[in-house]
Design a protein around this ligand. Structure first.
Ligand SMILES: *Cc1c(COP(=O)(O)O)cnc(C)c1O
Length: 360
């Protein structure tokens, strides 16, 4: 067996320890004679798995009691519709468009009401986070929406926008559990788990209880009401059981690291290794303004398409895979999520230095 260093933006690298534990439990989960994939979601054994997962997530993020944690399907993309369907009482919402994912959410919201783009960084290929200290927030906006970490462009909100008292809703897919969050600053926080937490096919939505109600837009399907899932403890229908189980293991792994402060400190160290090199390299350069750089997704270019392609291909041969940038931006992108060890980043940088020497 030989494992590569996987820099994929998602589905992405998972902690080896977690994968090994899951492998050990594959045929017989703790003496019950079956895999977690084979058991009823109504069984006592699974009930413990989901409850423990929620409890560990609550501890990690310090989620207050008045927030519900929902394990939902449909990925992060389904939240693009679910949020307006459930929150647009006035049918007005403000969007800060800092990348493709925020733009998709903004476009989806237009189906349900008046979605206003109150700030954007599209003018410079989303390479920065706009100043959000004094935006023209709509007086009747039901919420203000951000994508906190822009997976494709590698930018990150270091400071939350001033929503002027309006509810803040955030997509945290690619920075989920990479840093502490003050949950009380948000009405809804959600993320697809396949970026930084677990396997694909699930989104975790953390929602303030008073936002959960039967008053949703007409024709909202039962499955797309937060209330349906909140009332049923995320088990209105069969949840993504195996994904919840793996996420639960990752929560425990993160707790063992010392919690999210420690995780963030480690992520800062890891990212610094790569960014420091990009800043001094004569071949490679980062594409994002320094103050808005993401700790999780690091895009970079050589300035030549041919050289980029050569680098991606040689890196893959050396065991550094999935470094190709998103199809809409080109270049390279190294996603260095929680589960990417420091060693992986250090070895990548050594490889880049060699490549630079040979190709400059
Ligand atoms: C990947 C990603 C999504 C889409 O996730 P799906 O689960 O595939 O729908 C949405 N937002 C962000 C920030 C992402 O990185």
């Amino acid at each position: 067996m030989s494992r590569v260093y996987n820099f994929s933006a998602g589905p992405a690298v998972l902690p080896e320890e977690v994968l090994k534990e899951a492998a050990d439990e594959m045929l017989d989960y703790r003496g019950c004679g079956m895999s977690v994939m084979e058991m009823s979601h109504r069984s006592k054994v699974f009930e413990e798995i989901i409850q423990e997962a929620e409890q560990d997530l609550r501890e990690l993020m310090g989620i207050p009691r008045e927030y519900k944690v929902l394990f939902l399907q449909g990925g992060a993309s389904q939240q693009f519709a679910m949020i307006p369907m459930n929150l647009m009482k006035n049918r007005v919402a403000d969007y800060i468009v800092t990348g493709q994912w925020a733009k998709k959410a903004y476009q989806e919201a237009q189906i349900y009401g008046k979605a206003n783009k109150i700030a954007s960084s599209e003018d410079k290929t989303y390479s920065y986070i706009p100043d959000c200290s004094d935006l023209p927030v709509s007086p009747d906006a039901d919420y203000v929406y951000i994508c906190k970490n822009n997976t494709i462009y590698g930018t990150h909100f270091k400071k939350l926008p001033n929503t002027k008292g309006k509810l803040l809703v955030a997509d945290i897919s690619s920075c989920f559990l990479s840093e502490p969050e003050d949950v009380t600053k948000y009405g809804i926080l959600y993320g697809g788990v396949q970026k930084n937490i677990g396997p694909a096919g699930m989104v975790i939505t953390i929602i303030r209880e008073d936002l959960i109600s039967d008053e949703v837009l007409p024709y909202t399907p039962t499955m797309l009401k937060y209330k349906t899932h909140a009332d049923a403890g995320s088990m209105y229908n069969t949840p993504n059981c195996y994904c919840i189980y793996i996420c639960g293991k990752v929560f425990k792994w993160l707790k063992k690291q010392g919690g999210l402060e420690a995780v963030k400190a480690n992520n800062e160290k890891k990212a610094a290794v790569l960014y420091d090199y990009l800043d001094e390299s004569r071949l490679f350069s980062g594409t994002v303004v320094k103050e808005d750089r993401s700790l999780m997704n690091v895009p970079f270019v050589t300035g030549s398409k041919e050289m980029d392609a050569k680098f991606v291909s040689e890196a893959a041969k050396a065991g550094f895979v999935n470094l190709k940038g998103h199809r809409t931006v080109g270049g390279m992108r190294a996603s260095i999520y929680n589960a990417m060890p420091m060693e992986g980043v250090e070895k990548l940088v050594s490889f880049m230095k060699e490549f630079e020497k040979e190709n400059l």
